[in-house]
Design a binder for this molecule. Structure first.
Ligand code: ATP
Ligand code: MN
Length: 478
């Protein structure tokens, strides 16, 4: 058995005086041909490995370059030097894989996030991405734990769908048809009968519609999977492939839905505050450093940990869309034309409006409800006023929209009428409408963009830095 190593995170918690131990990992630096800083991804802190001068071959020492990998066996000792409590006094060091110091792109110095994105295959070996992806892992685990504790069923909804009715965004087509000799009908259109599924298919933009079907049997379900949007938006918060969590709950109204979403977000934050303290402290310091580079006026007033603790500890603000528009129109910022986009009742809030509301006005997350029906999806429940629907968006500081949700239209006639108005193919959606025909109930759900949540928790500005291999327009490397 080769792998008898102890993880560095565990080693760093041990006391000297036991027998020999084995560690393996990647060399961050070698100092004075004597001190190796070794990292294995279990935490950002390195283990110092001490080589007694003269006891190791010159040829070995030459290979101990940044990026090389090794196995070391030895005893733990109290460290003589500053900067670490303990160190490993090596008896043997064995190189597992060398790394050409001239060519290895990751030098032991500060690299820009933009540069690291170009070497995304290597950025797991940096402290920033170590912390980000450990936190990402913890958040996914917490997602499942939250719903599991509450008796929800985890539903795997399809990645390939035939429905293009959700209207959430542009879709990627899925096909096995040849581009050179596309089969066509007499009229010249593509003959999808010859395609793999015998009909046009796409990558899913949301698991919601299928989630609703299952909620009509299990009452409480959630999905957590990849979703795809071919939207050509090059922003710091849009990906073409992102992960979404979508609970769907029978018997919930809009208020129940808001309560669930708020509990969920605060649970996730509390979970990482409790379990990932060291990584969050690192990210807090990293963000503070980044903020220092900005002009005074653009700096955020609160640190990362402070922000997370405050969000976990207080209720979100809840206002209607109508109130939100009113507040923005009355604001000095709007009157002084500080916003790029115009706003009036009936128009969608732009991200600058959303961010002003949460960051400048309320200074905490805000749930905006009851949007005009014209700017929301067909399945949202119509309010008695005839103009708005029971929708809710949650806006978070630094991010903008993090959750989109609604109470669903459970009344068959209302739903069908709205679908026809919005040119949704009613016949094709027979299976969806069946839920309203057979035992329909009030129900509600929402979608939380997982990467936006990771951004919020880690304080990373760009969404490309919270998913291992980002997919964005003109970029699918790795
Ligand atoms: P936005 O207005 O920011 O584009 P949306 O209204 O299209 O968002 P929904 O369709 O309601 O978003 O999706 C639910 C959630 O999924 C959003 O609140 C957001 O957190 C996340 N989300 C949506 N689009 C993307 C994307 N392209 N990349 C990453 N996350 C996304
Ligand atoms: Mn969108």
């Amino acid at each position: 058995m080769f792998n008898q190593r102890i993880k560095i995170k565990e080693v760093l918690a041990m006391v000297p005086g036991q027998g020999e131990i084995t560690v393996m990992g990647w060399v961050r630096t070698l100092r004075n041909n004597q001190f190796i800083a070794l990292n294995d991804g279990s935490c950002n802190e390195n283990l110092q490995i001490v080589l007694e001068l003269g006891s190791f071959d010159e040829s070995l020492l030459k290979k101990l370059t940044t990026g090389s990998s090794l196995r070391a066996v030895g005893r733990l000792e109290d460290s003589q030097g500053k900067g670490q409590r303990i160190e490993l006094k090596a008896r043997t060091v064995e190189i597992l894989g060398g790394s050409d110091a001239e060519k290895f792109p990751l030098q032991p110095k500060k690299h820009s996030l933009e540069f690291l994105r170009e070497i995304a295959h290597l950025r797991f070996r940096t402290n920033t991405f170590g912390s980000v992806f450990r936190v990402r892992h913890a958040l996914s685990f917490a997602v499942h734990q939250f719903f599991h504790e509450r008796g929800f069923v985890y539903l795997h909804t399809p990645i390939i769908t035939a429905s293009d009715a959700e209207g959430a965004g542009e879709m990627f087509k899925v096909t096995t048809l040849s581009f050179d000799q596309t089969p066509r009908n007499e009229g010249g259109e593509v003959n999808f009968k010859e395609d793999f599924f015998g009909r046009p298919t796409n990558l899913t933009v949301s698991g919601q519609l299928e989630g609703e079907l299952a909620a009509m049997g299990f009452a409480e379900v959630y999905t957590f999977g990849p979703t795809f949007r071919a939207e050509n938006s090059n922003t710091t918060r849009h990906l073409a492939e992102f992960w979404m969590i979508e609970p769907e709950v029978a018997f919930n109204d809009l208020e129940d839905n808001m309560n669930l979403a708020e509990d969920f977000i605060r649970y996730l934050i509390s979970y990482v505050l409790e379990h990932n303290r060291t990584d969050l402290e690192f990210l807090d310091a990293r963000l503070a450093e980044e903020e220092k580079q900005k002009p005074q006026a653009e700096r955020s007033e609160t640190g990362l940990l402070e922000k997370l603790e405050s969000v976990a500890g207080q209720d979100f603000e809840r206002i209607s869309y109508t109130q939100a528009v009113e507040i923005i129109l009355q604001s000095p910022a709007f009157k002084k034309k500080k916003f790029k986009y115009d706003l009036a009742w009936g128009m969608d809030l732009q991200s600058e409006h959303e961010r002003w509301l949460v960051e400048k006005h309320f200074k905490k997350p805000v749930i905006v409800t009851d949007y005009p029906k014209e700017i929301k999806a067909f399945y949202m429940r119509q309010n008695p006023d005839g103009r708005t629907v029971a929708a809710m968006d949650i806006l978070a500081p630094g991010i903008g929209e993090i959750v989109g949700g609604s109470q669903r239209e459970e009344r068959l006639d209302m739903l069908e009428t709205r679908m026809r108005e919005m040119h949704i193919p009613v016949e094709q959606m027979w299976w969806y409408l069946d839920t309203r025909r057979y035992g329909t109930v009030p129900h509600a759900g929402f979608g939380l963009g997982f990467e936006r949540m990771v951004q919020f928790v880690t304080g990373m500005t760009n969404i490309r830095d919270v998913i291992p291999f980002p997919r964005t327009p003109k970029n699918a490397e790795f």
